[in-house]
Design a protein around this ligand. Structure first.
Ligand SMILES: *Cc1c(COP(=O)(O)O)cnc(C)c1O
Length: 382
């Protein structure tokens, strides 16, 4: 019997190119793919230190922060878990402002670690109201920690984060504010220092043009003080261990070295484009996506005043199953959309437009949807 060869396992080689329009993972540009192909380095050696140092500097630039930005090897959820494990003590009360599936997950992680979780749950499709957040703090003097999502990827809603943090600080100036910015940082303006965000988490597979595997966590001086006192158990995600090694341009445990090569290349592309241009591109693509989906007869799901710049959510016309539509555009047009989450699993489509994405990529997705959807009544009548 012939020995199996690894070539036999190259299942993707015959697959047609896909237009990946999920809100993570996102497409990876050629320069990043080339960097990912580099051979391994010793993560305790000088060559790796140069990569790490370059990435650390680039991350601070992209986060627009003077805070420490830690690099953990995990998916976004691992970054959120690190927030819980590093900031809280057993039974500590925390207010989780949740506007969807990922806000709920932040609350579930805190509960799993034994925190006393108070939830401010907002109807899906809407943003949190800063006044309501402030009212919850006023009513409960024991809350000294608030978790909030910046961009809720399940509903396509972007919270007015600056207004929310300002409202929190007005009631409880010393509160610790931790932000899930996994699908916003690097694509959408966020100013952690000026807005008083003590912790901001971002994930490599969202707006960074890099595969999954790394999560970035910005930690303010106030968060470090809390971290030193917090007593939940932590080991792999112990921020202090990561900070100590970050200062030496390495990590306490073996990192996803290959993904860091990709990140270094991606940050170079981001610097060449410039943050303002990146943000403007995302805003513009979000605007055209909303307009085109509405033209196709889909019902936009997010409150238009708070529609996300990185993902657009929509409900297909009555009688059309979202999952069947997603299957049709994938199988017949090689366009990969995301479905809904939670209660919207069968009812929603989500179009990702973050990271390495242009108008032409989105046009391909709209064409595919147009081919698979009935002609809207308004257009047909014209
Ligand atoms: C993707 C995402 C997560 C979860 O990240 P994983 O990498 O899947 O663990 C959490 N929060 C938000 C807002 C996200 O978009």
């Amino acid at each position: 019997m012939p020995a199996p060869t690894f070539q036999n396992l190259d299942l993707a080689s015959d697959a047609p190119a896909l237009n990946l329009r999920t809100p993570g993972p996102t497409p990876v540009p050629p320069a990043v793919r080339a960097a990912l192909a580099r051979d391994m380095l010793n993560h305790r050696g000088p060559e790796f230190a140069a990569v790490m140092s370059d990435c650390a500097e680039g991350l601070k630039w992209a986060f627009q922060t003077q805070h420490d930005v830690l690099v953990l090897t995990a998916s976004g959820t691992g970054g959120l878990e690190s927030v819980v494990a590093n900031l809280l003590s057993p039974g500590q009360r925390v207010l989780v402002v949740t506007i969807g599936y990922f806000g709920d997950r932040f609350a579930r992680i805190a509960r799993a670690y034994g925190a006393d979780v108070q939830e401010l749950a907002v109807e899906w499709g809407r943003a949190a109201d800063p006044a309501e957040v402030a009212a919850r703090l006023e009513a409960d003097p024991r809350i000294d920690t608030v978790f909030v999502t910046h961009n809720e990827t399940s509903t396509g809603v972007m919270n007015p984060l600056a207004e929310i943090t300002r409202a929190i600080r007005a009631v409880r100036p010393e509160a610790l504010i931790a932000v899930d910015g996994i699908s916003s940082v690097g694509s959408v303006p966020i100013l952690p220092d000026a807005w008083g965000c003590d912790v901001v988490v971002a994930g490599s597979q969202k707006g960074w043009m890099v595969p999954p595997g790394l999560v970035f966590v910005a930690v303010s001086p106030r968060a470090w003080e809390r971290q030193a006192r917090a007593s939940l158990p932590r080991f792999y995600f112990d921020w202090a261990a990561h900070k100590q090694d970050l200062d030496k341009h390495t990590t306490p445990w073996t990192p996803a070295v290959g993904i860091l090569f990709g990140l270094q290349a991606a940050l170079r592309l981001m610097r060449a484009e410039g943050l303002d241009a990146i943000f403007a591109r995302h805003e513009q693509l979000a605007r055209t996506t909303r307009a085109r989906l509405a033209d196709l007869g889909l019902r936009l799901f997010a409150d238009p005043a708070h529609a996300s710049w990185t993902v657009t959510t929509a409900l297909p016309p009555d009688g059309i199953d979202a999952r069947a539509l997603i299957r049709a555009v994938r199988e017949r047009h090689h366009v990969v959309l995301a479905g809904g989450q939670g209660a919207y699993e069968h009812r929603m489509i989500r179009v990702g437009h973050l990271g390495f994405v242009s108008q032409a990529d989105l046009d391909g997705a709209f064409e595919a949807l147009r081919a698979e959807l009935p002609v809207p009544a308004t257009t047909a009548a014209r």
